[in-house]
Design a protein around this ligand. Structure first.
Ligand code: SAM
Ligand code: SF4
Length: 470
């Protein structure tokens, strides 16, 4: 049994990161068995789940849409906020009921960021004894061995490393979409924002080699994918750990050169975002003009307490440069309210920046202390009631500007990559504009998989209605 240790997880030791190839298991021990994977949290987790699905299918497991029907259920978890924890523990309760009643042989596994937390694993070991296996984010590629060991020995398996594993290429992947693909460009994060647990659960930054990324994009293009989204916690720091003279601007250029129709990237950190990067985004037609640029707070005092490494003036300078140089850009953000020490005045400064920037959208959060992070040791000065009140005020302004940004598109022609039948209406299809607005489109299903011109006829709060033009 190897349990996580948050003190070790904090260390940035100098051990060499190996770049290796995935070792495919020959034993088809999943034959005639069904799997169900539930994913919580960010895009990185969604993409990890595509790898989990791929590995399971490589040994014979088949996907089922119903956990009641499954032989193995894996929860790929998120640790960012307390409510993410609560959802996972709630679902574990449901699975216990299934094990107690209809399917005592059901295998239940937990992985992802919660599995990297010492308190969570201790709680699982003492209170959730029916969980069969736990593995962490650093050894995802070893998942099948962990499951096999559980099956062979009938003993609970816990294998969570508190240091980074290798960068493993060629992990089998079953992608959710056949048109738009996630592509990891880096793992981990070295920024240590004081509220954030990611640098502990995902380890130090490890960039993938540029050749491997470009090759993956070329293969995706050949297989018919129209869009790639380059993924990392802080994509603007790409390459800093392995190259002296190659950065995100270079990578974006090289990925654009593959000729794939659309290139996206998330998440950006203002501190590492250079003008060179803005210029590449502005210049290259197949790099999409959508940027998620987390602000977190509009108060310099709070930004410092958060260890964000930029001031609101730096943020605004970058923001204005993107708006000026990148045509038809849309910019969204993340904001936390109720950080320890945030006074009414600080919160008002956040509102001021939101009023200035008129973001296309924002993910807004109430501060939630995370185990062992510096902010969890700061004295909480904002009551839950005040946090909720601030969140409510902030959301009203965010929604106002999001509506205004959507309204501006009414009557315009937008290029959309059509990916699916609309969730709202079976007779419509849906897709995203270049600047990442969801459009429900009146048009035939034969449009799915194509990039088409769409006239925007009506803006709704969280989506647009459009008609196929050509
Ligand atoms: N790497 C990205 C960045 O630098 O902004 C995103 C990381 S995190 C997965 C997504 C968002 O969750 C953060 O931008 C932040 O707004 C929010 N978040 C992270 N930790 C939080 C906490 N302890 N309490 C509330 N919100 C938090
Ligand atoms: Fe967390 Fe900050 Fe790293 Fe984003 S940049 S993952 S918020 S530590």
């Amino acid at each position: 049994m190897q349990k996580p240790n948050m003190i070790d997880a904090k260390k940035r030791n100098q051990h060499e990161i190996n770049y290796t190839k995935y070792d495919q298991l020959k034993d088809k021990f999943g034959k005639n068995k069904k799997y169900f994977v539930r994913t919580y949290g960010c895009q990185m987790n969604e993409h990890d789940s595509e790898k989990i699905n791929g590995m399971l299918e490589s040994v014979g497991f088949k996907k089922t849409e119903s956990y009641e029907d499954a032989d193995i259920v894996i929860l790929n978890t998120c640790a960012i906020r307390e409510n993410a924890h609560d959802k996972v523990f709630g679902f574990l309760g449901v699975l216990k009921h299934i094990k107690d009643t209809t399917n005592p042989d059901l295998l239940v596994g937990l992985c992802g960021c919660m599995a990297q937390e010492e308190v969570v694993v201790n709680e699982i070991l003492s209170k959730y004894k029916y969980v069969d296996f736990v593995f962490g984010t650093h050894n995802l590629d070893n998942m099948l061995n962990v499951i096999k060991e559980r099956l062979d020995t009938s003993k609970k398996q816990v294998e969570v490393l508190s240091y980074e594993g290798d960068v493993v290429e060629g992990v089998p992947t079953v992608r959710d979409s056949i048109y738009s693909a996630w592509v990891d460009i880096q793992y981990g994060c070295d920024k240590f924002c004081t509220y954030c647990i990611v640098p502990y659960t995902r380890g130090k930054q490890r960039s993938r080699k540029k050749e491997d990324i470009i090759e993956e994009v070329k293969q995706l293009k050949e297989s018919g994918f129209k869009e790639v989204t380059l993924l990392g916690q802080n994509v603007n720091a790409y390459g800093k750990d392995i190259y002296n003279d190659y950065n995100l601007a270079n990578l974006l250029s090289d990925v654009a050169d593959t000729g794939i129709k659309r290139v996206r990237f998330v998440t950006s950190h203002p501190w590492d975002f250079t003008e060179e990067m803005v210029d590449v985004i502005a210049k290259r037609e197949n790099i999409m003009p959508y940027i998620h640029l987390p602000l977190q707070s509009g108060s310099n005092k709070v930004l410092k307490l958060m260890n964000r490494r930029y001031t609101k003036e730096d943020y605004l300078k970058l923001y204005n440069s993107i708006r000026k140089k990148v045509n038809n850009s849309s910019i969204t953000t993340d904001i936390i309210v109720g950080f320890p020490g945030e006074k009414e005045k600080d919160f008002n400064e956040t509102l001021e920046i939101v009023e200035k920037c008129k973001f296309d959208g924002a993910f807004t959060f109430a501060f939630s202390p995370r185990e062992n992070t510096p902010a969890s040791l700061m004295k909480e000065t904002v009551s839950e009631e005040v946090k909720m009140d601030r969140l409510h005020k902030l959301n009203e302004i965010v929604n106002k500007y999001s509506n205004i940004a959507n309204k501006k598109l009414e009557g315009t022609i937008q290029k959309c990559l059509v990916t699916d039948v609309s969730e709202k209406d079976d007779n419509k299809v849906c897709g995203y504009t270049e600047n990442m607005k969801l459009v429900n489109i009146k048009g035939p299903k034969s449009l799915i998989g194509k990039i088409v011109e769409v006239k925007i006829v009506e803006a709704k709060s969280f989506s647009l209605d459009g008609e196929y033009v050509k």
